[in-house]
Design a protein around this ligand. Structure first.
Ligand SMILES: Nc1nc2c(ncn2[C@@H]2O[C@H](COP(=O)(O)OP(=O)(O)OP(=O)(O)O)[C@@H](O)[C@H]2O)c(=O)[nH]1
Length: 683
C-alpha cells in the first residue's frame, strides 16, 4: 500500500517507473545523490508520507538537513571572512559522549539547519552510521556565527569516538587549531577521552574541556571535574557545562570557541597551498577532496598541482560544506572546504597531499603518517564474474576511507581477490557492510589475522623474501621454521579504565591474554587507570567483549601500537577431508596451538552443514595432527516428502535448495558457508 502510494505519486511528478518492491531500496536507488535526496524529501512531504514507515522515516531524517540547507545556499561571499574571523575546531570524545548531538545543536544555533526534532546526528550521513548509531567518518561543516556584531566562519569537524576510527580523528586535527573535548557527566573520563586528549595535546591544539549531559539525573559533575583535574590537570573552573540534548550552555560554548581558539596561521599573500585531509567519491562528480587552505587563494578554473604525484588538474568546483556541498567559486587562506578537480582514484586523491598552483613551487605540508593496519583479511567476490565490479567498488570506498591498505591476493579456493588491512575488527566489519550497502557488492571475507614478522637467514632466503625481515600479511605465507631465526608478533599498549572492585578479574583476564602490566593509577576515589602491554593477536577478536562482561559493562579500553616482540609462533593448517584449506590457515603462539585448533575444528563442525558424505576436519602443525572433528554423512533428498502432486511444487523445492547452495563456497567437493571463515575465530 505504502509502496503503491509512493510509486503512484512519484510517477505523477517524474517519469521514472520502478518495479522494485521494498520502499527503502527503491528510494535509495532512485535518490542516490544528495541533490536528488532533497527532491525525494519534498516529494514524500507532498504526498504526506513523512514518517509512515520506519525506513522511510530514517531516510527522511537524513534529508531534513538538505531541505533546511537549500534555502540559503546561494551567494556565500567568503571574502567577508579575514583570517582573524575564522576558527577551525574539532569535537573529540569517547564513544557516545554526545559529539554528533552537540554538532546538531551547533548547526541549529548558527541557523545552518532549521530547528527540528528530527535533527538527530545529522552529520552521521552514512547508512551504516545511522544503523549502528556510531560515527565512523569525520564530517566537516562550515557555520556562520554572529559574535559581538561580527560574523565568524567556524569550521567544525565531528569525529568518530571508537578506537578503530582514530585515524579519522588524527587527520581531522591537522585542519584545526582547537578542540572541544567532550566528557559525559555520568560516565566521566574514559579510555578514548585519554587517547584523544593526548592526540590534541601533542598537536599543540587549544583544548576546550566540556562536560556534556548535565541534564541527566545520574550526572556526577564533581567526580568528573576531579578526574579531569587528576589526569589532565584541567582546572574545574575552565570546564564548560552543557547539555547537547536540550541545548543548555551551547551558546556559551560557541562564544568560548571564538574567544579561546586562535585563528589559523594562514597567509593570504603567499602562493596557494592546501592540505588534502580527507576525500570521498561522489557518483556524479568523481573524487571530492576536503582541503584546508593554508596559504593564498584558489578559484574555480585554476590549474592546480599535486605536490606528491606532480599531476595537474583544473578546479571544476569548490566550496564549503554547509553542511552539504555549497559552491562558492573561491576559497581563501585559513578556510576549509572541498575541491572537485577530476581526480579519479585513491592514487590521485591521496590524503595528506599538498595542493598548489601549477607552476609554483611551495614547501609541501607535513602530511600524515600512513595508518598502520592492525588486522588483515582476504576479501573475495562471492561470484568470480563480479571481480571488476568489486575492484571499482574498492577503489571508490578506499578513497573515502584511506586507512584501509589494499594488496592483490589469490586463493586456490576463492580465486582472485585482495588482502585488506584494517585498523580493527569493527573497522573491518563496517567497511564490508559499506561495500555491500553502498556498492551492492557481495563479498567473502576470510578470518582476520594480525601482521606477524619473521627474520629469515641464508643468502637464498634473503633474496627470496627481499630482505631479512618479512611481514606476513597472509598466514599461509609464513616462512618455514628451518629458514627463520625468530618470529615476531605485534604488541600494543592498552589503557583500561574501570571501577577498582573489578581489579582482580581484570588482572586475570590480562594475564590469560599474555599481558604485562606496566602502570596503575587512581583517577578518582574508585576508578583505576591500568596500562598493560598485550599481544595484538590476543585483543583483536573478543578481548573487549570479555572485559565488558567481567566489569558489568563499566570498563573502557583503548590501545596503541607498541612495536614488535619475539614470540614462539607456529602455523596451524586446517584440512577438510585431508585437503589443506589455505584460507583457514592461522598463526598462533605455540602454547595456544592445541586449544585454538580444537576451538576452530569444533566451530567448523557447527558451521559446515552435513553433506552427502562424511567430512573430517583436522588441524596440523607441520606433519603433526593436533585436533580433529568429524561431520557424519547425510542423505538429503529434498523431494523425499513430495509424493506425486504438482511439478511446480517439486521445482520450488529444488530451486530453494539451489539458492541455499549459492550461499556456500565449494572447497574441493565440500560446500562451506561464506561466513565460516569469520565464525571460526569467534570463541
Ligand atoms: N541526556 C542526554 N543525552 C545525550 C546528550 N547528548 C547526547 N546524548 C545521547 O547520547 C547518545 C550518544 O550521542 P551521540 O551524539 O551519538 O554520541 P557520539 O559521541 O557522537 O557517538 P560516536 O560518534 O558513536 O562516538 C545519544 O543517545 C544521545 O541522544 C545530553 O546532553 N543529554
Amino acid at each position: 500500500m505504502l509502496m503503491r502510494k509512493i510509486k503512484n505519486n512519484y510517477l505523477v511528478q517524474t517519469s521514472f517507473v520502478s518495479k522494485d518492491s521494498a520502499p527503502l531500496t527503491w528510494l535509495k536507488r532512485k535518490f542516490r545523490s544528495q541533490a536528488s535526496k532533497l527532491t525525494a524529501f519534498k516529494f514524500l512531504e507532498n504526498v504526506g508520507l513523512e514518517g509512515t514507515n520506519t525506513h522511510v522515516k530514517r531516510f527522511v531524517q537524513t534529508s531534513t538537513v538538505l531541505r533546511a540547507n537549500n534555502v540559503k545556499k546561494e551567494n556565500i561571499d567568503l571574502q567577508r571572512f579575514p583570517v582573524e574571523n575564522i576558527r577551525n575546531f574539532s569535537i573529540i570524545a569517547h564513544v557516545d559522549h554526545g559529539k554528533s548531538t552537540l554538532a546538531d545543536r551547533l548547526l541549529e544555533i548558527t541557523n545552518t539547519i532549521s530547528k527540528n526534532v528530527r535533527n538527530l546526528q545529522v552529520l552521521d550521513r552514512l547508512q551504516v552510521e545511522r544503523e549502528r548509531g556510531i560515527t565512523v567518518k569525520a564530517q566537516t561543516a562550515s557555520l556562520f556565527y554572529n559574535y559581538n556584531d561580527e560574523v565568524y566562519l567556524l569550521n567544525l569537524v565531528d569525529t568518530p569516538g571508537h578506537v578503530d576510527f582514530n585515524y579519522e580523528v588524527s587527520r581531522s586535527l591537522s585542519a584545526c587549531q582547537g578542540v572541544i573535548l567532550l566528557v559525559d557527566a555520568n560516565q566521566g573520563v574514559q579510555a578514548q577521552t585519554v587517547a584523544n586528549f593526548y592526540l590534541a595535546f601533542e598537536s599543540n591544539l587549544t583544548i576546550l574541556p566540556v562536560m556534556n549531559k548535565i541534564d541527566l539525573k545520574v550526572a556526577k559533575p564533581d567526580v568528573v571535574l576531579k578526574q579531569l583535574k587528576n589526569i589532565f590537570d584541567i582546572k574545574p573552573e575552565d570546564v564548560l557545562k552543557v547539555s547537547a540534548k536540550n541545548g543548555t550552555g551551547v551558546e556559551e560554548l560557541l562564544r568560548a570557541v571564538v574567544e579561546k581558539i586562535p585563528p589559523p596561521p594562514a597567509d593570504l599573500a603567499k602562493p596557494f597551498r592546501g592540505l588534502m585531509f580527507d576525500s570521498w567519491y561522489d557518483q556524479y562528480k568523481g573524487a571530492v577532496a576536503n582541503v584546508a587552505i593554508c596559504d593564498g587563494v584558489v578559484r574555480k578554473g585554476d590549474k592546480i598541482q599535486s605536490c606528491n604525484t606532480k599531476k595537474t588538474y583544473e578546479v571544476q568546483e569548490l566550496g564549503i560544506m554547509h553542511p552539504t556541498e555549497v559552491p562558492t567559486g573561491v576559497l581563501f587562506a585559513g578556510q576549509v572546504g572541498y575541491i572537485i578537480a577530476n581526480m579519479k582514484n585513491v592514487n590521485e586523491a591521496q590524503v595528506g597531499d599538498t595542493l598548489c598552483h601549477d607552476g609554483t613551487s611551495v614547501e609541501p605540508l607535513p602530511g600524515f603518517k600512513p595508518a598502520r593496519a592492525m588486522v588483515f583479511a582476504g576479501v573475495y567476490p562471492s561470484d568470480h564474474t563480479e571481480f571488476s565490479a568489486l575492484r571499482n567498488a574498492l577503489n571508490r570506498l578506499t578513497l573515502n576511507d584511506s586507512s584501509v591498505s589494499v594488496h592483490v591476493d589469490h586463493s586456490p579456493a576463492l580465486g582472485q581477490g585482495w588482502r585488506l588491512g584494517f585498523l580493527g575488527l569493527l573497522h573491518m566489519d563496517v567497511f564490508n557492510q559499506r561495500l555491500e550497502q553502498e556498492y551492492d557488492a557481495s563479498v567473502i571475507v576470510t578470518a582476520p589475522n594480525v601482521p606477524y614478522k619473521a627474520r629469515v637467514f641464508g643468502a637464498k632466503n634473503l633474496k627470496k623474501y627481499g630482505g631479512e625481515e618479512v611481514t606476513i600479511l597472509n598466514p599461509c605465507h609464513l616462512p618455514d621454521p628451518h629458514v627463520v631465526k625468530e618470529y615476531l608478533e605485534p604488541m600494543v599498549i592498552g589503557t583500561i579504565l574501570f571501577p577498582d572492585q573489578y581489579l582482580s578479574s581484570v588482572m586475570n583476564l590480562c594475564m590469560e591474554r599474555r599481558g604485562e602490566q606496566v602502570d596503575q593509577v587512581y583517577i578518582d576515589d574508585t576508578r583505576l587507570m591500568f596500562k598493560v602491554i598485550l599481544p595484538l593477536s590476543e585483543i583483536v577478536v573478543d578481548f573487549f567483549d570479555d572485559l565488558k562482561s567481567i566489569t558489568s559493562g563499566f570498563a573502557s579500553f583503548d590501545y596503541e601500537d607498541h612495536g614488535y616482540q619475539v614470540a614462539d609462533l607456529v602455523k596451524v593448517n586446517i584440512l577438510l577431508n585431508s585437503r589443506d584449506v589455505e584460507e583457514l590457515t592461522l598463526i598462533c603462539h605455540r602454547a595456544r596451538a592445541r586449544v585454538t585448533s580444537k576451538q576452530v575444528c569444533s566451530k567448523l563442525k557447527e558451521t559446515i552443514p552435513r553433506q552427502l558424505f562424511k567430512i573430517s576436519i583436522q588441524a596440523a602443525v607441520g606433519s603433526k595432527f593436533i585436533a580433529r572433528e568429524d561431520i557424519p554423512a547425510l542423505k538429503k533428498d529434498v523431494l523425499a516428502k513430495c509424493y506425486g502432486g504438482d511439478i511446480s511444487r517439486k521445482m520450488k523445492l529444488l530451486k530453494r535448495q539451489a539458492e541455499g547452495k549459492k550461499r556456500m563456497r565449494k572447497i574441493g567437493n565440500i560446500d562451506v558457508p561464506k561466513d565460516a571463515f569469520i565464525k571460526v575465530l569467534k570463541r
